[in-house]
Design a protein. Structure first.
Length: 179
Protein backbone atom coordinates (compact mmCIF):
# COMPACT_ATOMS: atom_id res chain seq x y z
CA UNK A 1 0.00 0.00 0.00
CA UNK A 2 2.79 2.43 0.92
CA UNK A 3 4.70 1.50 -2.26
CA UNK A 4 1.62 2.23 -4.38
CA UNK A 5 1.17 5.64 -2.72
CA UNK A 6 4.86 6.49 -3.27
CA UNK A 7 4.68 5.36 -6.91
CA UNK A 8 1.54 7.45 -7.51
CA UNK A 9 3.13 10.51 -5.88
CA UNK A 10 6.28 10.11 -7.97
CA UNK A 11 4.22 9.72 -11.15
CA UNK A 12 2.22 12.83 -10.32
CA UNK A 13 5.40 14.84 -9.66
CA UNK A 14 6.90 13.79 -13.02
CA UNK A 15 3.66 14.62 -14.84
CA UNK A 16 3.41 18.06 -13.21
CA UNK A 17 7.08 18.73 -13.99
CA UNK A 18 6.49 17.91 -17.67
CA UNK A 19 3.43 20.15 -17.78
CA UNK A 20 5.40 23.01 -16.24
CA UNK A 21 8.21 22.62 -18.80
CA UNK A 22 5.77 22.59 -21.72
CA UNK A 23 4.19 25.98 -20.97
CA UNK A 24 4.86 28.89 -23.29
CA UNK A 25 7.48 31.27 -22.05
CA UNK A 26 8.54 34.80 -22.82
CA UNK A 27 12.20 35.07 -23.75
CA UNK A 28 12.47 31.83 -25.74
CA UNK A 29 12.23 30.91 -29.44
CA UNK A 30 11.73 27.51 -31.05
CA UNK A 31 13.70 27.64 -34.28
CA UNK A 32 12.89 25.37 -37.23
CA UNK A 33 9.94 23.20 -38.18
CA UNK A 34 7.92 26.15 -39.59
CA UNK A 35 5.02 25.35 -41.91
CA UNK A 36 3.38 28.79 -41.79
CA UNK A 37 4.36 32.34 -40.81
CA UNK A 38 2.24 35.47 -40.74
CA UNK A 39 2.15 38.99 -39.22
CA UNK A 40 0.15 39.52 -36.02
CA UNK A 41 -1.61 42.92 -36.25
CA UNK A 42 -2.63 42.84 -32.55
CA UNK A 43 1.05 42.39 -31.51
CA UNK A 44 -0.19 39.87 -28.93
CA UNK A 45 1.53 36.47 -28.54
CA UNK A 46 -1.76 34.99 -27.27
CA UNK A 47 -3.14 35.35 -30.83
CA UNK A 48 -0.30 33.13 -32.08
CA UNK A 49 -0.92 30.52 -29.37
CA UNK A 50 -4.66 30.51 -30.13
CA UNK A 51 -4.05 30.00 -33.87
CA UNK A 52 -1.83 27.00 -33.11
CA UNK A 53 -4.55 25.56 -30.88
CA UNK A 54 -7.05 25.76 -33.77
CA UNK A 55 -4.83 24.03 -36.36
CA UNK A 56 -4.53 20.24 -36.21
CA UNK A 57 -1.10 20.29 -37.90
CA UNK A 58 0.41 22.69 -35.35
CA UNK A 59 2.57 21.17 -32.61
CA UNK A 60 4.41 24.33 -31.46
CA UNK A 61 4.66 28.06 -32.20
CA UNK A 62 6.99 31.04 -31.90
CA UNK A 63 6.05 34.72 -31.72
CA UNK A 64 8.50 37.54 -32.44
CA UNK A 65 7.73 40.91 -30.85
CA UNK A 66 7.59 43.85 -33.28
CA UNK A 67 10.76 45.83 -33.67
CA UNK A 68 11.87 49.12 -35.21
CA UNK A 69 11.95 47.62 -38.71
CA UNK A 70 9.55 44.65 -38.43
CA UNK A 71 5.98 43.71 -37.57
CA UNK A 72 5.08 41.14 -34.92
CA UNK A 73 5.29 37.69 -36.50
CA UNK A 74 3.87 34.25 -35.66
CA UNK A 75 5.49 30.99 -36.81
CA UNK A 76 3.49 27.75 -36.62
CA UNK A 77 5.49 24.53 -36.43
CA UNK A 78 4.79 20.94 -37.42
CA UNK A 79 7.23 19.65 -34.79
CA UNK A 80 8.41 20.71 -31.34
CA UNK A 81 11.94 22.10 -31.69
CA UNK A 82 13.97 22.73 -28.52
CA UNK A 83 13.62 26.22 -27.09
CA UNK A 84 16.48 28.69 -27.35
CA UNK A 85 16.89 31.89 -25.31
CA UNK A 86 15.80 34.93 -27.33
CA UNK A 87 14.61 38.08 -25.55
CA UNK A 88 12.50 39.19 -28.54
CA UNK A 89 10.40 36.02 -28.67
CA UNK A 90 7.71 33.97 -26.96
CA UNK A 91 7.21 30.31 -27.80
CA UNK A 92 5.30 27.28 -26.68
CA UNK A 93 3.67 24.02 -27.56
CA UNK A 94 0.07 23.50 -28.64
CA UNK A 95 -2.37 23.98 -25.77
CA UNK A 96 0.10 25.79 -23.48
CA UNK A 97 -1.17 29.37 -23.81
CA UNK A 98 1.18 32.18 -22.72
CA UNK A 99 2.80 32.22 -19.30
CA UNK A 100 4.55 35.46 -18.38
CA UNK A 101 7.85 35.26 -16.49
CA UNK A 102 8.21 36.53 -12.95
CA UNK A 103 11.24 38.63 -12.05
CA UNK A 104 10.71 40.13 -8.62
CA UNK A 105 8.43 43.17 -8.86
CA UNK A 106 8.42 43.28 -12.70
CA UNK A 107 5.00 42.86 -14.31
CA UNK A 108 5.35 41.40 -17.82
CA UNK A 109 2.63 42.26 -20.35
CA UNK A 110 1.29 44.94 -18.00
CA UNK A 111 0.77 48.60 -18.83
CA UNK A 112 0.06 51.01 -15.98
CA UNK A 113 -1.75 53.74 -17.90
CA UNK A 114 -1.66 57.30 -16.53
CA UNK A 115 0.27 59.03 -13.80
CA UNK A 116 3.18 59.86 -16.13
CA UNK A 117 5.41 62.74 -15.07
CA UNK A 118 8.26 61.97 -17.48
CA UNK A 119 8.96 59.75 -20.47
CA UNK A 120 12.07 59.21 -22.55
CA UNK A 121 13.65 56.95 -25.16
CA UNK A 122 15.71 54.00 -23.87
CA UNK A 123 17.74 51.22 -25.45
CA UNK A 124 15.77 48.01 -26.08
CA UNK A 125 15.91 45.81 -22.98
CA UNK A 126 14.07 42.50 -22.41
CA UNK A 127 13.56 43.27 -18.70
CA UNK A 128 13.04 47.05 -18.72
CA UNK A 129 16.01 47.34 -16.36
CA UNK A 130 16.99 50.90 -17.37
CA UNK A 131 13.46 52.13 -16.71
CA UNK A 132 13.33 50.42 -13.31
CA UNK A 133 16.76 51.79 -12.32
CA UNK A 134 15.84 55.39 -13.23
CA UNK A 135 12.58 55.09 -11.27
CA UNK A 136 14.36 53.76 -8.17
CA UNK A 137 16.75 56.74 -8.30
CA UNK A 138 13.99 59.32 -8.78
CA UNK A 139 12.28 60.21 -5.44
CA UNK A 140 9.07 61.30 -7.17
CA UNK A 141 8.72 57.98 -9.05
CA UNK A 142 6.28 55.44 -7.61
CA UNK A 143 5.88 53.17 -10.66
CA UNK A 144 7.19 52.75 -14.21
CA UNK A 145 6.27 51.25 -17.57
CA UNK A 146 8.73 50.16 -20.25
CA UNK A 147 7.25 50.17 -23.77
CA UNK A 148 8.89 47.68 -26.14
CA UNK A 149 10.11 49.02 -29.51
CA UNK A 150 7.66 48.69 -32.40
CA UNK A 151 4.45 49.25 -30.44
CA UNK A 152 4.23 53.06 -30.59
CA UNK A 153 7.05 53.83 -32.96
CA UNK A 154 10.45 52.35 -33.63
CA UNK A 155 12.05 53.11 -30.25
CA UNK A 156 11.63 51.72 -26.74
CA UNK A 157 10.35 54.24 -24.18
CA UNK A 158 10.25 54.54 -20.41
CA UNK A 159 7.32 56.15 -18.59
CA UNK A 160 7.90 57.24 -14.99
CA UNK A 161 4.78 57.65 -12.83
CA UNK A 162 4.10 59.71 -9.75
CA UNK A 163 1.17 57.52 -8.74
CA UNK A 164 0.33 53.83 -8.92
CA UNK A 165 -2.39 53.17 -11.49
CA UNK A 166 -4.31 49.92 -12.11
CA UNK A 167 -2.55 47.27 -14.23
CA UNK A 168 -3.86 46.56 -17.75
CA UNK A 169 -2.86 43.43 -19.68
CA UNK A 170 -1.00 44.59 -22.80
CA UNK A 171 1.86 42.65 -24.43
CA UNK A 172 3.62 45.93 -25.30
CA UNK A 173 4.87 46.63 -21.85
CA UNK A 174 6.74 45.68 -18.71
CA UNK A 175 5.83 47.60 -15.56
CA UNK A 176 6.77 47.79 -11.92
CA UNK A 177 5.73 49.46 -8.66
CA UNK A 178 8.63 50.79 -6.58
CA UNK A 179 7.01 52.80 -3.76
Amino acid sequence: MVRVAIALAAGLAVTLGCLQASRAQVGFDRRGGDYAGFPVPSNDPAACAARCDREARCRAWSFNFPGPERLAQCWLKSQVPPRVEDSGSVSGVRGAGVIEPRHGTREFSVDRIGGDFRNFEVAPDPLGETCKTVCVGEPRCRAWTYLRPGYQGPDARCYLKDRVTPPHHRPCCISGVER
